[in-house]
Structure formats: C-alpha cells, structure tokens
Design a protein around this ligand. Structure first.
Ligand code: ATP
Ligand code: MG
Length: 216
C-alpha cells in the first residue's frame, strides 16, 4: 500500500494532459516526467506533496470516486457515462472542447428515417448519453456498444449511425460521414473526491483557485 499522503491528481495522457499542463503550471505544479515519453504511471512533480497518476480517460472518475486520487480532470462525456457518484464537479476547465454528435453516412436521410419511425442501429462508446438522447426524442434505436473507431461501423454495415465526439469534423469527412445532430457540448472538468474535499481542503482549494484564475 502507498503511504503517500499528499495530493494525487488523476488524468489521462494525450489531449487532457497537454491542455492541463498550463493549468498545473499556474498552480505551481510542474510534472518531472513527460507521460508521452515514459512508461511510468505515477509521475512526481516539483512539489513533493503533489503527484500525478496517468490512467485511461474513462477511468479517471473511478480513481477519484474511490479516493485513489484526490482530484482529477475528466471530459464531460466520461462524467455523464460514469454518473458522478462520490465526486464534486466544481469547475468547468473549458479545455478539450468538442461536441457529442450523431453522425451518418453522407446522403443518408436521417431526418426522414426517424420521421418514418424506422428503427435505427446506432454504434457508440457513449451508451448512456445515446440512450437518453434518443429516448428524449422518442426515436427507436438499437444501440451497439463499441470501444473505439466508431466511424467504421456505418462503413461496414454494423450500424446506420454513430454517436461520437466531433471537433473539426475531419475524421468524419475522411470516412464519408457527416454530423446531423448535436447531443451535448463537451469540455473537461475538475473533479474532487468528496472525502478528500473535507479532509484535505487546505491543499486542494489553492490548486482549484489557481486553475479557476487561469481559465481563458
Ligand atoms: P482511450 O484513447 O484511452 O480509449 P479516449 O479516446 O477517451 O480514451 P482521448 O482521445 O485522450 O481518450 O480523449 C480524452 C477526452 O478528451 C475525452 O473524454 C473527451 O472529453 C476529450 N476529447 C476527445 N476527443 C476530442 C476532440 N476531438 N477534441 C477535443 N476534445 C476531445
Ligand atoms: Mg481517443
């Protein structure tokens, strides 16, 4: 068991880590190891009382919920699917911005299909968001759970449509797909373990305030 009693911050590498680095810097936290060039999963920082743990994006809320990390940075997409139990979500960091959207092959008559009341086969990693969205619209769907490369599903006949994150739209375009409906705008949030907030507030609050103060 670890005896570290400082602040543990959970985040994913790639886009979230890159967009979080300036916020960490504003809070005086400089990672001593670059996760893109290291196999280490626990990264020390210039502050011996603060460490980072690198986990899958969709695992960040789980680490924070159970207190294995005190705070974390997670996309709203991931937080909707997780449900948010055991977490405070006090701050929208306005980073890793994109949109959760419905997309179909170019030329597919999405509006006509749902108006006719036809069942739609939808492939997605975002089962809960998709289920809620189509239920609210009264559209009948068969959801097919995937873990990645959703764009492939309509091209192979696995599904009629996908629900996926879109930023520039270039990936959709490259696969002859187009976005037809926005479900929800997405950005990353600061999340805090409920017990950590009570017990370690003196350490966590300044980090949060520095993040808040440096938002663009
Ligand atoms: P993994 O690659 O481990 O399966 P992932 O694909 O969810 O997980 P990332 O691609 O790094 O991991 O995405 C992390 C978070 O960044 C997402 O949860 C989302 O909030 C945000 N994100 C994903 N795609 C984009 C995008 N195209 N533009 C902006 N933000 C995005
Ligand atoms: Mg990804």
């Amino acid at each position: 068991m670890s005896v570290f009693d400082g602040i543990t911050i959970a985040l994913s590498k790639g886009r979230i880590f890159e967009d979080t680095k300036p916020l960490l810097k504003a809070a005086g936290i400089i990672p001593l190891v670059d996760p893109e060039h290291s196999r280490e999963l626990i990264l020390p920082t210039n502050n011996p009382r603060v460490r980072l743990v690198i986990v899958r994006a969709s695992d960040v809320p789980t680490y924070v919920q159970y207190g294995a990390a005190d705070i974390g940075i997670a996309g709203k997409d991931v937080l909707i699917e997780h449900g948010g139990d055991g977490l405070y979500q006090p701050l929208d960091l306005n980073i890793a911005r994109c949109r959760l959207m419905v997309a179909v092959p170019k030329g597919f008559d999405y509006q006509g299909t749902i108006k006719r009341g036809a069942r739609l086969k939808v492939a997605t990693k975002y089962m809960l968001s998709a289920q809620q969205h189509f239920a609210n619209k009264g559209v009948h769907v068969d959801l097919i759970k995937l873990y990645g490369s959703m764009e492939l599903a309509p091209l192979t006949g696995l599904a009629d449509a996908i629900v996926d994150l879109v930023s520039s739209g270039n990936t959709l375009k490259a696969n002859n797909l187009e976005a037809v409906e926005e479900i929800v705008p997405i950005s990353a949030r600061l999340i805090i373990n409920v017990a950590s907030w009570k017990l370690k507030r003196d350490s966590i609050e300044p980090i949060m305030n520095n993040f808040a103060g440096s938002l663009s």
